[in-house]
Ligand binder design. Structure first.
Ligand code: PLP
Length: 457
């Protein structure tokens, strides 16, 4: 059969409140044209993020009922620890309430002022946690990784020549660790190849620098390796994952992605001294080392989710259904980051709306129109999010790309929801020259995209 079906049946449903165009125009106006300020109940299809938005399985809900809420050494903790050790192979597992808490503890324990941390592309919370230590986060993705239209099977790869140069320039003593983000979220959800993980690991270890993996979407990355990298087609994903992590010394993980959980995370390391230090910090802000920032039932949800994500029927459906959205809009001419990533499709708003200058936020214009026209919530990843504003002159430097991200929550929407999204995007694309830009009427000094208010320009 050519048709790939959702490999699950639906047991519980959540009503979507239908809205009219007039209602959505009012809602948009009242929210200052900022989709973060719209109540979720007023959204028809919510593609704001794939983080913490997965639908849990009956097995996960059943395991949650069995959650052991003992403060120390609960049954649920031992299950969580054993599952993670079994999948990733690390010696020490430190539970946290989400990914950024793992990052904070890792960088607080390893990073000093003046240090440099290379990554393919740092996610914003990773970068922020490094910069908070007054260290520098450096992005070293291969050149293809920053060109939306270029095709490469592993656009998330790190540029190994640039990595060697960065180590030589900064000096090994200023690099506490090297990171690889799989898949590369900020670069379009693009995978990293096994060969690249191996090469980065060899370079790191030659200089005696630990390699950490930001593991948020580890299973999607492993499935891309199975599909695209010679020699892996017949290997089970579980073995591919084990090999990927065998090259690393530790990882950070937000279980809100490939943990199929609504909250949770962890930090892993093979270094026993470091693990002790990290556990001390954990106790200060997260909790006792056998629950971190999670309830016993959350530990159960994550442990069950980590096993479910490795189901290859699920992974095939996941990658194929994201690609389905990307292919259907790009075949009709909509410019997207190519090839489609694992968890999201990114529309290149600069290429789609060349008549709207970066200073009038083409990505924001497209996000607002997709909501106004069809009730779809997406997120701008362009000059609203990453443009730099000089506080004295008010002059803005635009972001490198003007993207709109459509992130697909795991196991939440069916093919007809995706068909609706395709239809809406193509209708907006047909009349793209009529879209107008926006100006900001209010903004906060940091992370302005969350609270800024806009008006049509
Ligand atoms: C690649 C990557 N790293 C880290 C994080 C941070 O995880 P959390 O939101 O759980 O703090 C995210 C979240 O989106 C992410 O995509």
């Amino acid at each position: 059969m050519k048709t790939i079906i959702e490999p699950f049946k639906i047991k519980t449903v959540e009503k979507i409140r239908m809205t009219t165009l007039e209602e959505r125009e009012r809602i948009l106006r009242e929210a200052g044209y900022n989709l973060f300020l719209i109540p979720a109940g007023d959204v028809l299809i919510d593609l704001l993020t794939d983080s913490g938005t997965a639908a849990m399985s009956s097995q996960q809900w059943a395991a949650m009922m069995d959650g052991d809420e003992a403060y120390a050494g609960s049954k649920s903790w031992f299950r969580f620890e054993e599952t993670i050790r079994g999948i990733f192979g690390f010696r020490h597992i430190i539970p946290t309430h989400q990914g950024r808490a793992a990052e904070r503890i890792l960088f607080a324990s390893t990073c000093r002022a003046g240090d440099v941390v290379p990554n393919n592309t740092h996610f914003d919370t990773t970068r922020a946690n490094i910069e908070y230590r007054r260290a520098t986060a450096v992005d070293l993705v291969i050149p293809e990784g920053t060109e939306p239209a270029s095709f490469h099977p592993f656009k998330g790869n790190m540029d190994t020549l640039a990595l060697k140069a960065a180590i030589e320039i900064s000096g090994r003593e200023r690099i506490p660790l090297i990171m690889l983000t799989i898949t590369n979220n900020s670069g379009g959800g693009q995978p990293v190849s096994m060969q690249n993980i191996r090469e980065v690991s060899e370079i790191a270890h030659r200089y005696d620098i630990p390699l950490y993996i930001d593991a948020c979407r580890f299973a999607e990355n492993a499935y891309f390796i199975k599909l695209r990298e010679p020699g892996y087609a017949s290997k089970p994903v579980r073995e591919i994952v084990r090999e990927m992590f065998s090259y690393a010394d530790g990882c950070t993980m937000s279980a809100k992605k490939d943990g199929l959980a609504n909250i949770g995370g962890f930090l892993c390391t093979n270094d026993s001294t470091l693990a002790e230090q990290e556990k001390e910090l954990l106790i200060l802000t997260e909790g006792f080392p056998t629950y971190g920032g999670m309830a016993g039932r959350d530990l159960e949800a994550v442990a069950t989710g980590l096993n479910e994500i490795l189901d290859e029927d699920y992974l095939n459906y996941r990658i194929v259904s994201t690609q389905y959205l990307g292919d259907h809009i790009s075949r009709a001419g909509v410019p997207i980051v190519q090839p489609p990533g694992g968890h999201a499709i990114y529309i290149d708003a600069r290429a789609m709306l060349p008549h709207i200058p970066p200073g009038e936020y083409p990505g924001q214009a497209l996000c607002c129109e997709l909501y106004r026209w069809a009730g779809i919530r997406s997120v701008e990843i362009g000059s609203v999010m990453f443009g730099r504003r000089d506080p004295e002159t008010g002059q803005e430097t635009p972001a490198a790309m003007e993207l709109v991200r459509l992130a697909i929550p795991r196991r939440v929407y069916t093919q007809s929801h995706v068909d609706y999204v395709v239809e809406a995007i193509l209708e907006v694309y047909e009349r793209r020259s009529s879209l107008r830009g926006y100006k900001i009427t209010h903004q906060a000094p940091f992370l302005r995209h969350f609270s800024a208010r806009f008006e049509p320009a």
